[in-house]
Ligand binder design. Structure first.
Ligand SMILES: [Ca+2]
Length: 604
């Protein structure tokens, strides 16, 4: 039976799991996603990661786009973008260069409402004024970026700095060891803020440090609340209320809820047949996750669940009896029409459109929730005999997508190192999400919360729309938010001090939106929070060998899962053949590699 590994399954107290509301978009993996619905967030990216490398390194362009668009909607105007004020200022930080120097910068951007003229933003102007750093920028959209990145390396024409670079740990190791990337570990003595963060968050040090001790690139560090990293899965409270049903806590209750959704007129439009109880789409596996966690498998990807046991031995969750029971449950939902019949072939947009139309009861969306926020709840895993605790699986504070790196050939290694260090100050962190107080915004207090007000500055700059002002003039979206913090006095900060009961106020619903729903879910009594599998590092040899093995195993796992759930393969009759096939394509060797990397990670 699977046992939770104590080190990874940290049970956080309610007080610790606060929130983030402040926009720090979490973008975990993609600068654009996580915080999609957070107010003021930068486009978050998300640690989403379906397919790609082990815990979620993927982050498709499409998803990025969605996230970005969403984030944009609530960006500046709502003013919850992290903002600053106090804190370690550049006065204490000091100028990086007495005479202003120019660094070349190549960055990825999400096409859409944000400006690509980074130099015209308050953020970049202030960097020049305060730090003495000017950037000569080349910006590439999501589609151009991967080939551009490869080309920069291949032609040995890397700029001083790259940002929002979306590199996997495998890219970083490869480019780093091939000598293209600056090794920041040589400059730690002039990076006191980074050092402080690594002491506070040892998992961050472990994540950015290569197995040879180098630091070639920086991933996003979330020092703000935990729960915001969770991708929220929504269940319609309105439908529950319409049918006089309680919020489900056990998996059996959840099943009964879906069944009632299907059989009755849950949305109340007079037609008892137009409800889709559970929505799912091809590769949009998120609605599966709370169900998976209910069986004690703690992943955040479509397949390939690495699970350290109490003795640190790695087991692949997808080969366990728990997983088999999970497949049976999913099969039952599919067979009984409790999820859409095209769950494995339709697109996110199709299902989301139905959700917007109040036809889907359980779904993960990036769009605004239909109806009122109070019509929805965010679910945790449900309890079963396999996992008697309601569990929610969250990302580590250290994400496994790497966004900032520098050229090994830069003329200004120390200045580059100091600039990166600035981003790990409070002021630097806020600058990348919200700009600077007194330059782009004022802080105003409302209901005990310090909110960001861009309005006077937008007006002065001739913008009618505050969102446009934020996107065009305040910040270069996603480029430098590598350290994400709760803004002091902001909503997330204030909510940390509130009890679960106090959170249920109209004012907080109004300000918190879907972020509040996550907070309420995760802070509920008895809910346990578990971190996803960490971003481990592989040696060059392991990398070479792992690449094909991983792809083969991953693809087979996904294919087999769909076949089991849709009934193309019988779960019990096909199970042994499934395990045998995994053996045949090299699972054992793959797990040896994972074990070695994990053991090194623990040793860090
Ligand atoms: Ca109906």
């Amino acid at each position: 039976m699977m046992r939770r590994k104590s080190m990874l399954s940290v049970l956080l107290t309610a007080a610790m799991m606060c929130t983030l509301f402040t926009g720090c978009g979490q973008d975990g993996e993609s600068g654009g996603g996580q915080a999609a619905d957070q107010k003021g967030s930068q486009a978050s990216e998300g640690k989403e990661s379906p397919a790609a490398e082990s815990e979620g390194e993927q982050d498709s362009a499409a998803e990025d786009g969605q996230d970005a668009a969403q984030a944009g909607e609530d960006s500046g105007a709502e003013g919850e973008a992290a903002g600053s004020g106090a804190g370690e200022g550049s006065e204490e930080f000091g100028r990086i260069s007495e005479d202003t120097i120019t660094l070349s910068l190549a960055a990825r951007y999400v096409a859409g409402q944000y400006t690509t003229d980074f130099a015209s933003t308050d953020q970049f102007k202030e960097y020049e004024k305060r730090l003495g750093i000017r950037f000569d920028v080349s910006a590439y959209d999501l589609e151009q970026w991967p080939s551009k990145l490869t080309l920069m390396m291949a032609s040995d024409e890397m700029p001083d700095l790259i940002a929002y670079a979306d590199m996997s740990s495998i890219d970083v190791e490869k480019y780093g060891k091939d000598g293209y990337l600056l090794d920041f570990s040589q400059y730690l003595d002039i990076m006191p803020n980074l050092k402080k963060r690594m002491e506070e968050y040892p998992e961050y040090e472990a994540t950015i440090t290569s197995e040879n001790g180098s630091i070639y690139a920086f991933s996003t560090l979330t020092a703000s609340s935990e729960y915001s990293m969770v991708r929220p899965i929504y269940l319609s409270k309105k439908w529950l209320d319409n049918l006089n049903l309680e919020e489900p806590k056990t998996l059996e209750e959840f099943y009964n809820v879906l069944k009632a959704f299907k059989e009755q007129d849950a949305n109340g439009n007079g037609d008892p047949t137009d409800e889709i109880p559970m929505g799912r789409a091809d590769t949009v596996f998120w609605p599966d996750m709370p169900i998976l966690w209910s069986f004690g498998i703690f992943g955040q990807s479509e397949a390939y669940y690495l699970m350290p046991q109490d003795d640190n031995a790695i087991v692949l969750g997808d080969t366990t009896e728990n997983y088999k029971a999970y497949l049976h449950f999913m099969r039952k939902l599919y067979e009984e029409g409790l999820m859409n019949v095209d769950a494995f072939v339709t697109t996110y947009s199709e299902v989301d459109a139905k959700h917007q139309d109040d036809k889907v009861g359980y779904w993960q969306t990036w769009s605004s929730l239909p109806g009122d926020v109070k019509d929805w709840i965010v679910v945790n895993g449900f309890t079963t005999e396999y996992n008697p605790v309601q569990t929610n699986v969250i990302y580590n504070r250290a994400y496994n997508k790497y966004h900032i790196a520098a050229s090994a050939d830069t003329e200004y290694p120390e200045e580059v190192a100091r600039f990166v260090d600035y981003l790990f100050t409070y002021e630097g962190a806020i600058s990348a999400i919200s700009g600077y107080e007194g330059v782009s915004f004022d802080l105003v207090e409302e209901d005990g919360v310090q909110k960001i007000d861009y309005e006077p500055y937008a007006e002065a700059a001739g913008f009618d729309d505050v969102n446009d002002f934020y996107a065009q003039r305040v910040i270069a979206a996603n480029v430098f938010p590598i350290y994400q913090v709760d803004r002091k006095g902001g909503l997330a900060d204030v909510m940390k001090e509130m009890t679960w009961e106090e959170l249920h106020s109209d004012a907080i619903y109004e300000m918190g939106g879907t972020s509040l729903l996550r907070e309420l879910a995760i802070r509920e009594e008895g809910v346990e929070v578990i971190y996803v599998y960490p971003s481990v590092k592989y040696t060059a040899e392991e990398l070479g060998e792992r690449s094909t093995l991983y792809t083969d195993v991953y693809n087979y796992l996904v294919t087999a899962k769909v076949q089991f759930i849709t009934g193309e393969t019988d779960i019990d009759a096909g199970w042994d053949a499934y395990l045998a096939e995994l053996d045949k394509i090299g699972l054992e060797r793959l797990l040896e590699i994972e074990q070695a990397a994990y053991d090194r990670y623990l040793g860090n």
